[in-house]
Design a protein around this ligand. Structure first.
Ligand SMILES: NC(=O)c1ccc[n+]([C@@H]2O[C@H](COP(=O)([O-])OP(=O)(O)OC[C@H]3O[C@@H](n4cnc5c(N)ncnc54)[C@H](OP(=O)(O)O)[C@@H]3O)[C@@H](O)[C@H]2O)c1
Length: 277
């Protein structure tokens, strides 16, 4: 199952998995867009509604899931949006990119048989987790630092999840990937027309294709790599190229912050780690 699979990297990853014979679910907030994406894919593809910016939708999605799930790909995301809140009052980027996936993953975990892949970004290197103001209620909101915080949270989530899986004696793996720089709709949707025009131009000049950007996700989803791995492109500054194991920033390997973020995420979402009793 791939979240945000109607567009960009998620769509390319889902299409490749379906082409290779996997039974794929596109988890999308707009079912019409999801059906249009599925229509262009070969193989067994089904479409289900999931709005990560609404915990009720996340819970309904997880409750309706029947049977097992081999691989969950937490891919959906928004970038550098103007200050907005999710239905539950979280800052939109943290709420969508991290908290929605945190809740979804933990709710589905008892059904997952192989691994969880979380899509982060090299923007995590600029990120700082403010555990006292995760949701930008006391700081002046800044779109890019908010995006970087959410993408650092993605990596700290993977770290915290793998630790808990290991402690529970679970064979499941939590791994992360990033696409480098890929031309997708992400850059178009910042809500800042000036920045969007610049980025769309930059997309044409330097970005790799969405299909190439999906390769690290696919590698993380199917290769036999250790839990906690992080996969990114092997080319210039990890912005393009073939997938390989890469190193996250020191901040993404900080166990103390990972623990504090996990506790906060549990408190904010009301969802806990459900394996290991
Ligand atoms: N492109 C890059 O260069 C780049 C670089 C680093 C990291 N990434 C990461 O790659 C991932 C995929 O992004 P992309 O580049 O493929 O962008 P994209 O084409 O804009 O795809 C993002 C997907 O997320 C979905 N989404 C957004 N909010 C959602 C919500 N509340 N609930 C459910 N789905 C939601 C979007 O749905 P709608 O179509 O309905 O908006 C879309 O399907 C993101 O996590 C992003 O941070 C991308």
């Amino acid at each position: 199952m791939v979240t945000g699979a109607n567009s960009g990297i998620g769509r390319e990853a889902a299409a490749a998995l379906a082409r290779a014979g996997a039974q794929v679910t596109l988890a999308v907030r707009d079912e019409a867009k999801g059906r249009a994406a599925a229509a262009a894919m070969s193989g067994t593809v089904d479409v289900r509604r999931l709005d990560l910016a609404d915990l009720a939708s996340v819970r309904a999605f997880a409750d309706a899931w029947e049977g097992h799930l081999d691989v969950l790909v937490d891919n959906a995301g928004v970038m550098a949006t103007p200050e907005r809140r999710t239905v539950d009052g979280f800052e939109l980027q943290l709420g969508t990119n991290h908290l929605g996936h945190f809740a979804l993953t933990n709710l589905l975990l008892p059904r997952i048989t192989d691994r969880v892949v979380v899509v982060s970004s090299s923007a995590h290197r600029m990120g700082h987790i403010d555990v006292d103001d995760l949701n930008w209620e006391r700081r002046r909101y800044r779109p890019w630092p908010a995006y970087s915080q959410s993408k650092l949270a993605n990596l700290l989530f993977v770290r915290g999840l793998q630790r808990r899986l290991d402690a529970a004696g679970s064979p499941l793996r939590a791994v992360a990937a990033h696409p480098g720089y890929a031309a997708t709709d992400l850059q178009r949707k910042t809500g800042n027309r000036f920045a969007a025009t610049g980025m769309v131009l930059l997309n044409r000049l330097v970005a790799q294709s969405a299909a190439a950007g999906a390769l690290p996700t696919l590698y993380a989803a199917v290769e036999d790599i250790p839990g906690g791995s992080y996969v990114g492109p092997d080319g210039w500054m990890e912005q393009r190229g073939r997938p390989k194991l890469v190193a996250p920033s020191a901040a993404a390997a900080d166990d103390d912050t990972a623990l504090r973020l996990w506790d906060l995420s549990e408190r904010l979402t009301g969802v806990r780690f459900l394996l290991g009793g």
